[in-house]
Write a protein that binds this ligand. Structure first.
Ligand SMILES: Cc1cc2nc3c(=O)[nH]c(=O)nc-3n(C[C@H](O)[C@H](O)[C@H](O)COP(=O)(O)OP(=O)(O)OC[C@H]3O[C@@H](n4cnc5c(N)ncnc54)[C@H](O)[C@@H]3O)c2cc1C
Length: 380
């Protein structure tokens, strides 16, 4: 067993942290308040190389491995403050670049991956519908073949990046059962595709999200990804990476909050005693450390498993569950240690907590991760 980073991974983590603390910290309160997606910061991340990490070199990427990408996303989570922007980038990489890179034809890869990797284009993915969230594959959006085209009809909701996206990956029904779902590339300028008004949300406010209406949208048959009927397979493969990549920044955020909490516990005096001397506070710090370390190890282990064996259904579900639950708990603990000041906007922990609360919902809720793990054990 080897628990260390390679020199290259350590370097990428440090570069990411330095980049994020220089570029992704300022004006955060205003952007959060006004729900602003900052395109210049998206572009800065692209210049840093974040959007290209998992794209193969012959398609404009840097072809790095999943653990190295996780190291970089973790570093950005630690150094930066814009969790929403990072969530948008992780979704773009995992759910748009990912399926095109793994399942797309050469023509699809050449047409789309360079622009997505450079950050010139923004990707979004629509699977969720009003009646199918946790049961994602029960979707009703249909695609019907008409000559050399497919006609898509339905409404996707909660589509991250939709208000700013250039390309949508849309999962639609082309038949029945597991093999009855297909995955389509739908460019933003496709006639009869409309993006609904942005959905206001509690946290991750700098990550734009909206419904997408497909009102008999026609796309050429060459826009099917991975062949007709491959949608469920593509989705299940993609979501393993997505669970890991979107959760990686949380490790960095939690580490930063723990360091802040320790510093505060060591200097804040109430009466004659620094609060860290109270066992209740000290144990909370120990529990934060335990939560972060457990989450971190499951995350790295799942990424290692995926890289080594190309399949990490159980490991990625466990990692997603552990990191998201730890994320919420660590933010709550930090707020508790900071007392009343922790609840103020100025302290900036309340924003981290609002951002963290989404993590037990997106990419499969905590209940769904538990169902998955139990199901793989033959229970439930
Ligand atoms: C910030 C954010 C970004 C998102 N981005 C995208 C995106 O880019 N693209 C996209 O397609 N979707 C996206 N989603 C949607 C997300 O995938 C769904 O919200 C999620 O899968 C849950 O579905 P739902 O909201 O319909 O909840 P529901 O499925 O209605 O679930 C409601 C509650 O019931 C529980 N529940 C449901 N079924 C079961 C079960 N079988 N066993 C136990 N409990 C169950 C759930 O755990 C939950 O607590 C995003 C969501 C959020 C919050």
């Amino acid at each position: 067993m080897e628990f260390g980073w390679t020199d290259d991974q350590r370097r990428r983590r440090q570069q990411a942290e330095a980049f994020a603390s220089a570029r992704l910290v300022g004006e955060m309160r205003e952007r959060d308040r006004d729900a602003v997606f900052a395109r210049p910061l998206w572009d800065a991340c692209a210049e840093f190389g974040l959007q290209r990490m998992l794209v193969p070199p012959d398609c404009g990427g840097s072809g790095e491995d999943l653990l190295t990408a996780i190291a970089a996303f973790e570093g950005i989570g630690y150094g930066g403050r814009d969790n929403g922007l990072l969530f948008s980038i992780a979704a773009h990489c995992a759910t748009c670049e990912g399926p095109i890179g793994a399942f797309g034809t050469e023509a699809q890869q050449r047409a789309w991956l360079p622009g997505l990797a450079e950050g010139r284009l923004i990707g979004a993915t629509g699977i969720t519908e009003a009646e199918s969230g946790s049961s994602a594959l029960d979707l009703a959006t249909s695609a019907v073949r008409d000559g050399d085209e497919w006609v898509l009809r339905g409404i996707k909701t909660f589509v991250t990046n939709a208000p700013v996206a250039d390309l949508f990956i849309i999962y639609a029904r082309t038949g029945s059962g597991f093999g009855g779902i297909s995955c389509f590339l739908v460019p933003r300028d496709t006639p009869r595709l409309t993006v609904g008004p942005a959905i206001e949300k509690m946290g991750l406010r700098t990550s734009p999200i909206a419904p997408v209406h497909l009102d008999e949208c026609r796309v050429p048959s060459t826009n099917v990804v991975g062949g007709v009927g491959s949608g469920s397979l593509i989705f299940s493969q993609t979501i393993e990476v997505e669970r890991l990549l979107v959760m990686a920044p949380a490790i960095g955020v939690m580490e930063r909050l723990l360091e802040r909490s320790i510093a505060h516990a060591r200097q804040r005096k109430v009466g004659a005693t620094v609060i860290g001397k109270h066992q209740a506070v000290a144990h909370r710090i120990a529990d934060m450390e335990l939560q972060i370390e457990g989450a971190r190890l499951l995350l790295y282990r799942a990424a290692w498993q995926r890289m080594r064996h190309g399949n990490a259904a159980r490991e990625s579900a466990l990692a997603k569950l552990a990191v998201s639950e730890a994320y919420v708990e660590v933010c709550r603990s930090a707020m508790q240690i900071f007392g009343g000041y922790g609840y103020t906007v100025e302290c900036e922990i309340e924003r981290e907590l609002r951002d963290a609360l989404a993590a037990t919902l997106y990419v499969g809720t905590s209940e769904i991760q538990r169902n998955l793990v139990a199901g793989l054990k033959g229970v439930g």
